[in-house]
Design a protein around this ligand. Structure first.
Ligand code: SAM
Length: 228
């Protein structure tokens, strides 16, 4: 799942261009028993299985020995710090990250105690494994690495990056099924277009995520316009 996901789109191109380097390791390669067992039943009883700690420790030691000490070892977990665009920005400034993928009931707690720098949650819901969260984190972080997204300006304009949600986007044709593109976008007047986009971003943020506006520096005119 992870290998396939990393080969696609912007991530795949970024790897091809040498802008980022992604390695996937199979925990089973770090077991010592004949059956390559990575899970076991929980101490204390109860349902499900727990991922064993030792293969995780050995996997990270292998990474350390072959590629140097990572800047952070992240464990995707519903109990972790909420992953946001700001957190993605933090991670994009680290040179070397390791993400450990949990499964089943989770990972032996000693991994969190002694190996993990930070647990990261991609939202208040529970997935069956850490692979999709790892892909989510890698994608969000990689697109903030300079050069990964062709047009740097588009990353700066994305939702959350400047605090607001993004403005709406349209492309050709200018009219379809009785739906017209706002005239200002066809005007060629860049000052007016920028003003319209800022107003739309403000309006959307106000309607959909008013919590984000708390930190936004608004002009008096924008305040009046929003209140209208
Ligand atoms: N028993 C755990 C709990 O309730 O906190 C849930 C384990 S979950 C079924 C298995 C694995 O999926 C976790 O160890 C974690 O790696 C991953 N996972 C599930 N939901 C996640 C989320 N919202 N964010 C990040 N990782 C998640």
């Amino acid at each position: 799942m992870v290998r396939a996901g990393l080969q696609e789109g912007i991530l795949g191109r970024a790897v091809g261009n040498g802008l980022i380097d992604l390695q996937v390791h199979d925990l089973r390669d770090f077991t010592t028993d004949r059956h390559k067992v990575v899970d076991d039943t929980p101490f204390g009883g109860g349902p499900g299985m727990v991922l064993k700690a030792e293969p995780m420790f050995r996997a990270v030691e292998h990474v350390r020995d072959t590629r140097g000490t990572p800047d952070a070892v992240l464990l995707p977990s519903p109990q972790g710090r909420r992953f946001t665009q700001a957190v993605a920005g933090e991670y994009s400034r680290r040179a070397h990250l390791v993400l450990l993928c949990g499964r089943y009931e989770g990972v032996d707690e000693r991994v969190s105690t002694a190996l993990v720098t930070e647990e990261v949650s991609i939202g208040d819901f529970v997935l069956s494994g850490g692979e999709l969260p790892a892909l989510v984190i890698v994608d969000a972080v990689a697109r903030l690495v300079p050069g990964v997204v062709g047009d740097a300006e588009s990353v700066v304009r994305d939702s959350f990056t400047r605090g607001l949600l993004d403005h709406p986007h349209y492309t050709r044709p200018a009219s379809l099924r009785g739906l017209d593109v706002p005239a200002v976008l066809l005007s060629g007047h860049h000052g007016e277009i920028d003003r319209w986009r800022r107003q739309q971003a403000l309006r959307r943020t106000y309607e959909r995520r008013p919590d984000l506006l708390a930190d936004e520096a608004l002009t008096d005119e924008e305040r009046q316009w929003l209140a209208a």
